[in-house]
Design a protein around this ligand. Structure first.
Ligand SMILES: [Fe+2]
Length: 214
């Protein structure tokens, strides 16, 4: 059953009480990131030739993937320095917390697989379950690619945004060991398709050489 939750109003989860509650997604950065990742997921889904309903699932997967971060303190979310071990431990809980938030809010759809598994990596080095290759749900593999691209091309508290070219290079490096290479290729093809095309040399005798129509 698909339930539309209004964004920015969503369910939240308190680490302290262990209880879910309704919160407002007031963190502008998380909201903007989730929105961009949702859009990128949609582009990838279209590029992969997915059906309209699969595209909707992918868009929602991107939109919801980091919802578990709402339970993290701002001191971690906005920290300029690298996270220490205990902060990383807390950060790595956000996929499972996100799953609990959405289940509590009545969501039982495939987008939940992306929420739980978007930090899994193809070689099994990811979290929370260390899934390998195709065992990682397709929704999560798509979000992982879109997420990395958006993180690389956005200003973050701990790093400046990279150029699009640099982001593409880094994505290609990650394709295989960490990211699904088919999905990386789909994102790059989609980005290429959006680029304004350079005017091509005309084969018309009227537009070649010195002869031009006025
Ligand atoms: Fe995440």
């Amino acid at each position: 059953m698909a339930i539309v939750i209004p964004v920015p109003l969503v369910a939240g989860f308190s680490h302290r009480s262990g209880k879910a509650h309704i919160v407002r997604v007031s963190d502008r950065e998380i909201r903007a990131h989730n929105g961009r990742v949702g859009e990128l997921c949609l582009q990838i889904a279209r590029q992969l030739g997915m059906t309209a309903s699969e595209q909707r699932v992918l868009a929602r997967s991107g939109l919801l993937h980091d919802i578990g971060k709402l339970a993290l303190p701002g001191s971690i979310l906005h920290k300029h320095d690298p996270l220490d071990d205990s902060e990383w431990k807390l950060m790595k809980t956000h996929p499972e917390v996100g799953l609990k938030i959405l289940q509590w809010a009545g969501h039982f759809e495939r987008a939940l697989l992306a929420v739980l598994h978007h930090h899994e990596r193809m070689d099994g080095s990811g979290y929370p379950h260390g899934l390998v290759g195709d065992a990682i749900p397709i929704e999560a593999r798509v979000v992982a690619v879109a997420d990395m691209y958006d993180v690389l091309t956005s200003d973050r508290p701990y790093q400046r945004a990279r150029s699009e070219q640099e982001a593409r290079r880094l994505l290609k490096e990650e394709a295989g060991p960490h990211l699904d290479p088919v999905i990386v290729s789909a994102l790059i093809a989609s980005l290429d398709a959006q680029r304004p095309r350079a005017p091509r040399a005309s084969t018309s005798p009227y537009f070649g050489g010195r002869r031009r129509l006025r």
